[in-house]
Design a protein around this ligand. Structure first.
Ligand SMILES: [Zn+2]
Length: 477
């Protein structure tokens, strides 16, 4: 073969090699689909019960995720529409309550989570609430489900070798699934994008398969996220090819970027309350620099907050204070690091956040992954005072709070303002106080007394600005 011809032949072989590999894998995937009963399966509804866990909401970094009792779980999936509807009825799993994830639950809590295509939303009090931050995890649930993973493997040209199916959904997940000798999916490992840790690893075990009208489905599903259990359910009902209509509600369709909207309210000279979404931040101006309290949710939210800061003051941000490591409150720490900023957090969170800002985001490169800058993370213990000689900014640990071991609050003594997250979130005005009182709020009030802080107003990082009296009333004092 002449050089040029050989090169052409080699090039052709290289071009064909992946498709040849897929052609072989395709045959095996078809056999797996047949064994699973996936071939003609368009939708499915499963019901069960067990336990689930609030991923990213442990009371301390490195501890298992808080556990909840799932009295009932119903998941309906439409593979063709890429749609899913989850309904959970849950009760409190741990007494006393410890960690986040909407604890403490009093009585039963009903949750409705939906996704369709690129939209994710929740239904709260009958109203749809956009929740794009949950999309990556819901998409993962859909396309790693026992039959979803086979359909995704076929759609994404998976390779199959020695019972191991490997594929990527570009920008969304990398998946490795294993089938047993009967060609039933028994194990899935996946990596998905996560705002806090960059790449987040999940693992699923499917076992105790049963036949439901020609469709094989595991009656035991165990999942873990980041090395700790995230779901453990026993499936008691499976209905193949159910009618499922998940229409994206118009308000959800129109709210494409709910996190990018930032409103600022001047609370005192050089103090702004930055709201507009579910998680607030506070900007404090000193003589020659700024302090930003909280970089929440994700890149989109925190970069929007940082943009808003630029419109309020031209001074540089010296510190970003992180209230605690919970994923909703720390989701913008990587974005802040990508701007080269210094993050102040409680010493309990420091090693975790230092690792987080050093971690890779390979599945979906984020702001930090694309940035040439990197941030620094510094630890605070029980107290640190930042001052420029004219204004004092006190950072205190909310000691002994069951919500989190390393929870920080920020106190401005001159303005008598207290900024805190999750220890007290004011309810609607004139709502009846919770009975029994919320233990996280009781602990906050005890800390205010212990430290002798004179507080006029609370600036909660969820909810609205309230006088201290509202906290006192909420805990029945
Ligand atoms: Zn929290």
């Amino acid at each position: 073969m002449r050089g040029a011809t050989r090169l052409a032949a080699l090039t052709l072989l290289c071009l064909l090699a992946p498709s040849l590999a897929f052609a072989q894998s395709r045959g095996e995937l078809d056999r797996i689909a047949k064994a699973m009963g996936a071939t003609n399966l368009k939708s499915i509804e499963i019901t069960g019960s067990g336990t689930n866990y609030a991923v990213g909401q442990s009371a301390v970094p490195g501890a298992p995720w808080p556990r909840f009792i799932v009295k009932s779980f119903t998941r309906a999936v439409d593979y063709q529409a890429g749609a899913m509807r989850d309904e959970y009825v849950r009760t409190q799993g741990e007494e006393p309550p410890r960690g986040g994830g909407l604890q403490p639950i009093r009585g039963e809590q009903r949750q409705l989570f939906l996704m369709s295509g690129d939209y994710a939303w929740n239904v709260v009090n009958e109203a749809p609430v956009p929740a794009p931050i949950t999309l990556a995890e819901r998409r993962f649930q859909l396309w790693t489900s026992p039959h979803g993973v086979i359909k995704a493997a076929l759609a994404n040209k998976a390779t199959v070798k020695d019972r191991v199916i490997t594929f990527s959904i570009p920008g969304h997940m990398n998946v490795r699934a294993t089938v047993d000798a009967k060609r039933l999916v028994e194990h899935v490992q996946a990596t998905i994008p996560n705002a806090v840790v960059g790449d987040l690893g999940y693992e699923i075990r499917y076992s105790e398969y049963r036949d439901f009208g020609g469709v094989k489905f595991p009656t035991k599903i165990e999942q873990s996220a980041g090395g700790f259990p995230s779901l453990d359910v026993t499936i008691t009902g499976v209905k193949p090819n159910v009618a499922l209509d998940v229409t994206v509600p118009e308000p959800v369709r129109q709210a494409a970027s709910p996190y990018a909207k930032v409103a600022s309210e001047k609370v005192a000279d050089g103090v702004w309350y930055l709201t507009g979404g579910t998680h607030h931040s506070v900007l404090i101006e000193l003589t020659d620099h700024l302090i930003l309290v909280e970089a929440p949710l994700n890149d989109e939210r925190t970069l929007a907050v940082l943009n808003e800061v630029k419109t309020l003051s031209p001074k540089p941000i010296k510190y970003v204070v992180n209230s605690h490591h919970h994923f909703d409150h720390a989701g913008g720490v990587r974005a802040a690091a990508g701007e080269g900023l210094t993050i102040l957090t409680h010493e309990v969170n420091r090693p975790f956040l230092a690792r987080a800002v050093g971690a890779a985001a390979t599945v979906s490169p984020d702001h930090l992954a694309k940035s040439s800058k990197k941030g620094t993370v510094e630890g605070v213990r029980d107290k640190q005072v930042l001052t420029d000689g004219t204004r004092e900014v006190e950072i205190h640990q909310i000691a002994g709070n069951p919500h989190h071991d390393g929870l920080l609050m920020v106190y401005l003594p001159k303005e008598r303002l207290l900024i805190q997250a999750d220890a007290f979130t004011p309810g609607p005005p004139n709502a009846e106080p919770p009975m029994p009182p919320n233990p996280f709020s009781v602990n906050l009030a005890d800390n205010i007394t212990r430290l002798g802080l004179s507080v006029d107003q609370l600036l909660p990082l969820h909810g609205r600005i309230v006088p201290l009296a509202e906290l006192t009333r909420a805990i029945g004092r």
